[in-house]
Design a protein around this ligand. Structure first.
Ligand code: NAI
Length: 462
């Protein structure tokens, strides 16, 4: 048994970042993690491996579609799937070992095993009970299940199975046109699979800017995606080597079926708090199973905190990281803070899609007077040079004060460009502040400046 200032349960982006900050602030820190490697879902079976596969398959797509135009002639590369998976595993290994190194460097103890909280100030791992002045639950989330659909991670898979398939499917059905479905759908579409996405709603990527949704869906269709919208999946039946999917169209209740080699269930994620003993402790959960916390991420039980996917808010690694750092500061007697109004979201397809702040729909609902500055990547020389003119930057600013309220980007490097706007928003900048900032030519970021100019006297290249 050991005694700590803080024990964090879960070594994902929320937990490991919290641990490092706690240690940096002088707290004696341990992290409980039952996986063989650190990094949680994100590093092991989420963000990082999917980005490796997205990168590799994007290279293939470029070779097949754009090389010849640039005078690069010859046969496109063939796919060695096993080698591609090995590359992905290597990337994961480098990252998870990196966290292990950071733990050692910061003198953080890794308590290997699955934790429960037998009482206030106590964390049980295996047969040992450790003491902690404070406990931070950072146990993340798991894939949501769908009634009538049994996942075997071979034919009917979640994102975890999709990162380790035995072979590339000929036909892949994706249930849910959210971030996971479209990113992993892109991987397999580029590898030659026929991808059909079945989505309950009438638009893809719920909650995103309407114009981005439409442009994004049009581009994905051009890339070979097939969409069945407004369809509720009723069941998935695993046959010998295939699966049969039954869905109902919402508009007329008609029932349809289709077959696929592989079915990816990507209908959202839910908090993972199994086995912690929260019921016995009396920790309050919301109806959706999220741990309820106050402004300082403390649950209704003193000394027990929670962050990341296990609590309310967007299920994003970087949101969890920010909460991890903030809660560490609270525990060290400082003033931890997260600005939930400026959390970017990124979809790592090609083109990338990103957003921060309010959508037009939200501003309308709030009855706020706003203006829109939009600029197409077609007017951006750099984007055109690399076949990436499809897409735009859209900035929403307050009509009276010009203060930036939100931004929505679809286009090259959208996931990086958004951060210029995040910083601007953190400083309470106006669109004019961005427009008056010199942007290097030729860069994609000029499209951000042009969108900011479009909030004022107008863009130059449109
Ligand atoms: P999601 O919430 O993004 O999308 C799920 C989609 O499934 C929705 O469009 C929903 O309408 C649809 N759906 C639900 N039930 C359905 C049914 N019965 N039939 C047909 N469609 C149905 O969830 P997703 O893609 O599974 O992602 C889970 C979480 O992981 C999200 O919070 C996401 O933000 C996060 N994530 C973030 C990534 C990123 O930041 N790039 C990458 C991957 C995941």
């Amino acid at each position: 048994m050991a005694s700590y200032d803080v024990i964090i349960i879960g070594a994902g982006p929320g937990g490991y970042v919290c641990a490092i900050r706690c240690a940096q602030l002088g707290l004696k820190t341990a992290v409980v993690e039952g996986r063989e490697t650190l990094g949680g879902t994100c590093l092991n079976v989420g963000c990082i491996p999917s980005k490796a596969l997205l990168h590799a398959t994007h290279m293939l797509h470029e070779a097949e579609h754009n090389f010849a135009t640039m005078g690069l002639k010859g046969k496109s590369p063939s796919v060695d799937w096993k080698a591609m998976l090995a590359y992905k595993d290597d990337v994961v290994g480098q990252n998870t070992k990196g966290i292990e190194f950071l733990f050692k460097k910061n003198k953080i103890d890794w308590l290997k095993g699955w934790a429960s909280i037998p009482g206030e100030g106590k964390v049980k791992v295996g047969d040992e009970v450790h003491e902690a002045k404070n406990i931070v639950i950072a146990t993340g989330s798991e894939s949501a299940s769908l009634a009538g659909v049994e996942v075997d991670e071979k034919t009917v898979i979640t994102s975890t199975g999709a990162l380790d398939l035995g072979k590339i499917p000929k036909k892949l059905v994706v249930i849910g046109a959210g971030v996971i479905g479209l990113e992993l759908g892109s991987v397999y579409a580029r590898l030659g699979a026929q991808v059909t996405v079945i989505e309950y709603l009438d638009a893809i990527t719920p909650g995103m800017d309407g114009e981005v949704q439409k442009t994004f869906q049009r581009i994905l269709k051009k890339q070979g995606f097939d969409f069945t919208m407004g369809a509720a999946v009723q069941s998935v039946e695993a046959l010998k080597t295939k699966a049969k999917i039954t869905y109902k169209l919402r508009k007329d209740d008609s029932e349809h079926t289709l077959e696929a080699d592989t079915v990816l269930v990507a209908i959202g994620r839910k908090p993972y708090t199994n086995g912690l003993g929260l019921d016995d402790l009396g920790v309050r959960l919301s109806k959706r199973g999220q741990i309820e916390t106050d402004d300082h991420w403390q649950t209704n039980v003193k000394g027990i905190y929670a962050i990341g996917d296990a609590i309310d808010g967007p299920m994003l690694a970087h949101k969890a990281e920010d909460e991890g750092m903030a809660v560490a500061e609270v525990l060290a007697g400082k003033k931890g803070h997260v600005n939930y109004g400026v959390i970017p979201g990124v979809i790592y397809t090609h083109p990338e899609v990103s957003n921060v702040g309010k959508t037009e729909q939200q501003l309308k609902e709030e009855g706020r007077a706003y203006k829109v500055g939009k600029f197409s990547f077609m007017g951006n020389g750099r984007a055109k040079a690399v076949f990436a003119g499809d897409g735009f930057v859209k900035i929403l600013a307050d009509k009276q004060t010009d203060r930036i309220l939100g931004a929505h980007i679809i286009g090259p490097a959208a996931g990086d460009l958004i951060h210029e706007i995040c910083v601007a928003m953190e400083f309470g900048a106006s669109a004019q502040d961005l427009a008056l900032t010199c942007h290097a030519h030729p860069t994609y970021s000029e499209a951000v400046r042009e969108a900011a100019l479009a909030c004022g006297d107008g863009p130059i290249h449109a």
